[in-house]
Design a protein around this ligand. Structure first.
Ligand code: BES
Ligand code: MN
Ligand code: ZN
Length: 504
């Protein structure tokens, strides 16, 4: 599996091992006020002849700070990192950030493995199992390095193994701890799947190439069923809106449907629909050149579907989910759709395309009509849909809009639980009028400079009246350009949490 970085994540009780003689590249010790009294720490400190304890009192003062030590006499580990635990009321992003910096340090050291000794400190309201799950998830997803298109300067990830140590993992606790690690590992793998697909340059991830990768996935996960629709299939189904987007491109569109049935046969599925624009030039309504390369990440909604389906399959999750990846390339050419063109969507509604750069909603509306045939319990679409969401919410939260408040609430709660946060914007009847035009049933833009994110959702809502639906705008969260340009794999953690915790 190219998307999985670590080979193995294990959980062990410290009573079964002698940490002083553990052969490991990097021993990470989380320190809190109880550590000095802890038997495992005492044994390590004794072996170091008091060096660890002295280092803590002289060098490790602020919460969340860390200290990297080279080989310490008396202890087998090649390096030791001591991390001062955060206060319980520290926000989750700091806890996850601390795990991220441990992984980045391990990458820098070219460590082959990490041995992580957890302290009793936990974020408020979270238990040790949350900590184990999130350690596994965060370490797996931050061990990821994109290498595919590098030949001479390639740096492969070295990290292959994580062992999480605790001193309270006996009996049922150990089983639960192992399950938490397994869940976190599988979510981290899903995050990497999404990152990988997003990070691939657009000429290495056309709709056809993505189709191949999705089909290949069923070799590893025979419990996933994949159907793929080509241009002719889409035309037969009447998806005139979807096809108007790929019309200007030499790359044909592909819509992949991935079915996963882990729940009861009678249970209606939850549907995920992802925008998969493999490159968005804007079409005839061409984008300005600044940062246009970032439009290779315009398929991150589809990449999230791919990542989440792999996580469900790996865990044999007890849910029924259908995932749709709506892939197309938005180019300008002599064949391209022009502003003012009117097309007919699968729903029968006609659309006047006033701006060919508002293409995400044009592929999504037909995919959303199609998914109705599954009689889904809930439908969630994910899309890098509007630049306006970056302005509205900044880059830390995805934007949620819904026609069902329970669904919106559960999405936001899953964001809080996983640290992959989302926030709701209104979707009121007042917002609907902006899609009016004299030449078709709907226009694909409206509202001018006002509330662009909501108007995009209002457009989609005309295609989702038959079921409970939420739209997540991930334009601000799926990738970022600082401190480095990269995909984030979001919102795989949020969606995985939502589905696995059976909140719906
Ligand atoms: N893919 C873009 C949205 C986007 C912008 C994603 C920035 C990531 C970062 C989308 O297709 C788009 O172009 N939206 C337009 C809509 C407008 C024409 C109504 C936008 O946001 O400008
Ligand atoms: Mn666009
Ligand atoms: Zn786009």
């Amino acid at each position: 599996m190219p998307y999985k970085i670590l080979n193995n994540i294990a959980v062990k009780d410290t009573s079964s091992v002698d940490l002083t003689s553990a052969k490991t590249s990097l021993l990470v010790i989380t320190i809190n006020k109880d550590t000095l009294k802890d038997a495992d720490f005492k044994a390590l400190d004794k072996a170091s002849k008091g060096f660890l304890k002295n280092s803590i009192s002289s060098h490790l003062k602020d919460e969340g700070s860390s200290l990297l030590l080279p080989k310490v006499n008396g202890i087998e580990a090649e390096s030791i990192m001591m991390v001062k635990a955060l206060n319980a009321d520290a926000p989750l992003h700091k806890w996850l950030g601390s795990l991220k910096s441990i992984t980045k340090q391990a990458n820098k050291l070219k460590a082959k493995d990490i041995s992580l000794l957890l302290s009793s400190s936990l974020p408020e309201g979270k238990d040790i199992f949350w900590m184990i799950e999130n350690s596994a998830k965060t370490i797996e997803s931050n061990a990821y390095i994109f290498t595919e298109t590098k030949n001479k300067t390639v740096k492969n990830p070295t990290l292959k193994k994580l062992v999480i140590y605790g001193n309270d993992f006996s009996g049922a606790n150990l089983k639960k701890a192992k399950d938490s690690a397994k869940k976190g590992f599988a979510i981290g793998e899903g995050v990497n799947t999404a990152k990988y697909l997003g990070d691939l340059p657009a000429n290495h991830a056309t709709p056809k190439i993505i189709e191949k990768k999705v089909k290949a996935m069923t070799k590893d996960f025979p419990n996933l069923k994949v159907k793929s629709f080509n241009e002719k299939d889409l035309a037969k189904m009447g998806m005139g809106s979807y096809l108007s987007v790929s019309k200007g491109s030499d790359e044909p569109p592909r819509m992949m449907v991935i079915e996963y049935k882990g729940g009861k046969a009678t249970e209606k599925p939850i549907a995920l629909v992802g925008k998969g624009i493999t490159f968005d030039t804007g079409g005839v309504s061409l984008k300005p050149p600044q940062g246009m390369d970032e439009m290779k990440w315009d398929m991150c909604g589809a990449a999230t579907v791919f990542g989440v389906m792999s996580t469900l399959a790996r865990l044999n999750a007890k849910v029924n989910v259908v995932g749709i990846m709506a892939c197309a390339e938005n180019m300008c050419s002599a064949k391209a759709t022009k502003p003012g063109d009117v097309v007919t969507s699968m729903s029968g509604q006609t659309i006047e395309i006033l701006n060919t750069d508002a293409e995400g909603r044009l592929v999504l509306c037909d995919a959303l009509t199609y998914v109705g045939k599954y009689k889904p319990k809930y439908v969630i679409d994910m899309a890098t849909l509007t630049g306006a969401v970056v302005v509205a919410l900044g880059r830390h939260a995805s934007g949620v809009m819904a026609n069902d408040q329970h669904l919106a609430d559960m999405i936001i709660a899953s964001g809080e639980e996983s640290g992959d946060r989302a926030w709701q914007l209104p979707l009121w009847d007042e917002h609907q009028s902006c899609t009016n035009t004299s030449y078709a049933d709907l226009a694909n833009i409206g509202g001018g400079r006002e509330a662009g994110t909501i108007h995009a959702a209002a457009f989609l809502s005309k295609f989702t009246t038959d079921y409970k639906w939420a739209h997540i705008d991930i334009a601000a969260t799926a990738s970022h350009s600082t401190p480095v340009k990269e995909g984030t794999g979001r919102p795989v953690p949020l969606i995985s949490e939502l589905l696995l915790s059976k909140k719906l």
